[in-house]
Design a protein around this ligand. Structure first.
Ligand SMILES: C[S@@+](CC[C@H](N)C(=O)[O-])C[C@H]1O[C@@H](n2cnc3c(N)ncnc32)[C@H](O)[C@@H]1O
Length: 498
């Protein structure tokens, strides 16, 4: 068995090995290549009790200083980042990268540990989160306390300013809430306070949108309260058509905009007060606002000592729909469609980006690298097997959306570009950690963790561990209904640049 000396781990499995012995429901499709991966990497599987669902998700960030300023449910916890940074032995002066930075958990932990860090992220709501959170040391507590007093004593007036709705956000607020929200939005912009305080107030206003609205972010979907006009209208139509009414969601009494702002400022004030007591040594963190597929190839080589990240999962989750309210408020407008297309392919609507990516690599004089990456991924036996299996499943009528095929194909092709660029931009000896979930479509299990590890190995990395969470992941109700329950791995893959 492989020596597990690196991180001082002393036990391998406390339950059965997480390796799978089948991938294709009722053995409809070939699974040899996937089985070969399980065998190849069996020795680096590690079920680790330090990593549970809570710490690999945002849950453990709730109530955490700074990290809780805006709920980014797709985030991982600061605690997980700390564990990995410690294991990788990242030292002051060294730099960590997160190519899918989200709410900037990695950047913020780096800041408190005085490490340098670079993040890359597409969504404007995450940009605002970083702009506000990263300034925790610069805020003037007296000014913020005065603003809080002002808000407490203000009575919102009628305003002509309108919420910049998108089709999918219409009727998210009561008229009164929408008026008050826009009143405070204008009020903040006119306040004569520092630019820092304004940025913070913009984040606060963005962070309360869900709680003051008729919407709730719930797993894959944005759910709507039964009182919203959208649901009333839809149900009316369904009733006429004799269809079952939409499941009732009742958010109960919603807070007023003013109360929500006051409560958010109180939390933020107390966090800032606590943080400003610490003296942090000089370090630098930067969030690059852009598409990681296009930004990474432009970064200098051999600069990062570690990468800690979690890409969008290959699970049809659409960030631009879940965060539609926040994106609309930040005036993204029709730009939301471009944003959706720019995200790593993880929805059935994503169109292939390979042509534009090819052009980008050509512009950088990197045509050969581009073709090499494409060659590796498109000839990878497990990748080929999975794509063939999904085609068979589609032809058999085992899948309800053909877009899944393109999504899975593009997902691994795009990720291969990321893996290759990480290899190039990492220093020798650097460690890379990817948090991801395995998925299942049409009765075919896709071992995202091992296929990624295999692609990363082909692109130069040395596979080190596949940490598997003790709790497995369930399946979508559709997969369960048709193909039975199969527990899927949720893993953190660790690779090293030799
Ligand atoms: C699983 S989340 C990461 C969350 C992060 N670890 C945190 O703690 O908040 C994945 C992130 O990748 C971003 N993303 C997806 N495609 C991207 C792309 N092509 N370029 C940059 N960011 C992208 C999404 O907007 C999302 O915030």
């Amino acid at each position: 068995m492989r020596q597990l000396a690196l991180f001082g781990l002393d036990s391998k499995y406390n339950v059965a090995s997480p390796a799978r012995s089948s991938f294709s429901h009722e053995s409809v499709c070939r699974e040899n290549a996937r089985l070969a991966l399980e065998k190849k990497y069996e020795n680096i599987f590690y079920i680790d009790n330090r990593f549970n669902r809570k710490i690999v998700s945002y849950q453990a960030n709730k109530g955490e200083i700074v990290h809780g300023w805006i709920k980014y449910r797709e985030g991982f916890s600061a605690h997980l980042v700390e564990i990995l940074m410690n294991e990788f032995g990242v030292k002051s002066g060294e730099s960590v990268l997160d190519p899918f930075a989200g709410s900037s958990t990695v950047l913020l932990v780096a800041k408190t540990k005085c490490l340098n860090a670079v993040g890359i992220e597409l969504l404007p709501v995450c940009h605002l989160a970083w702009d506000a959170k990263s300034r925790f040391y610069d805020y003037d507590l007296d000014e913020l306390s005065e603003i809080k007093d002002l808000v407490e004593n203000i009575i919102p007036e009628a305003t002509k300013s309108r919420f910049p709705h998108l089709k999918i956000t219409e009727t998210a607020f009561t008229d009164e809430t929408e008026n008050d929200l826009m009143f405070f939005t204008e009020w903040v912009e006119k306040l004569s306070v520092s630019e820092e305080s304004k940025i913070l107030l913009r984040l606060i206003l963005t962070s309360i949108l869900e709680e003051i609205s008729y919407t709730r972010k719930d797993g894959q979907y944005l759910r709507w309260d039964y009182r919203s006009q959208k649901i009333i209208d839809r149900n009316e139509i369904r009733k006429k058509q004799g269809k079952k009414l939409i499941k009732r969601v009742d958010k109960g009494k919603l807070p007023t905009v003013k109360d929500a702002i006051v409560s958010a400022i109180s939390v933020v004030l107390s966090d800032i007060r606590a943080l400003q007591q610490f003296q942090f040594n000089e370090s630098s963190q930067e969030l690059i606002k852009g598409n990681t597929l296009f930004v990474l190839p432009e970064l200098e080589a051999d600069q990062f000592s570690a990468v800690i990240t979690s890409p969008p999962y290959c699970n049809r989750y659409d960030y631009t729909r879940t965060y539609a309210l926040e994106l609309a408020y930040l005036d993204v407008g029709n730009g939301i469609f471009d944003l959706r297309q720019s995200l790593l392919s993880c929805t059935v609507e994503n169109r292939p980006k390979m042509d534009v990516l090819r052009e980008h690599y050509a512009k950088l004089g990197k045509e050969k690298e581009c073709e090499k990456i494409l060659d590796i991924v498109t000839n990878n036996p497990a990748f080929v097997e999975i794509i063939k299996a999904l085609k068979i499943r589609w032809d058999r009528g085992d899948m309800n959306n053909k877009g899944v095929l393109r999504m899975v194909e593009q997902y691994f092709m795009e990720l291969s570009f990321v893996y290759s660029e990480l290899f190039r931009t990492c220093k020798t000896g650097a460690h890379v950690a990817f948090v991801n979930d395995n998925v299942r479509y049409g009765g075919e299990i896709i071992p995202v963790d091992l296929l990624s590890t295999n692609l990363a190995e082909q692109l130069g990395f040395e596979p080190v561990y596949v940490y598997v969470l003790p709790q497995r992941k369930g399946n979508s109700s559709q997969q369960m209904g048709k193909f039975g329950r199969e527990a899927l791995r949720k893993s953190i893959t660790i690779w090293k640049k030799p």
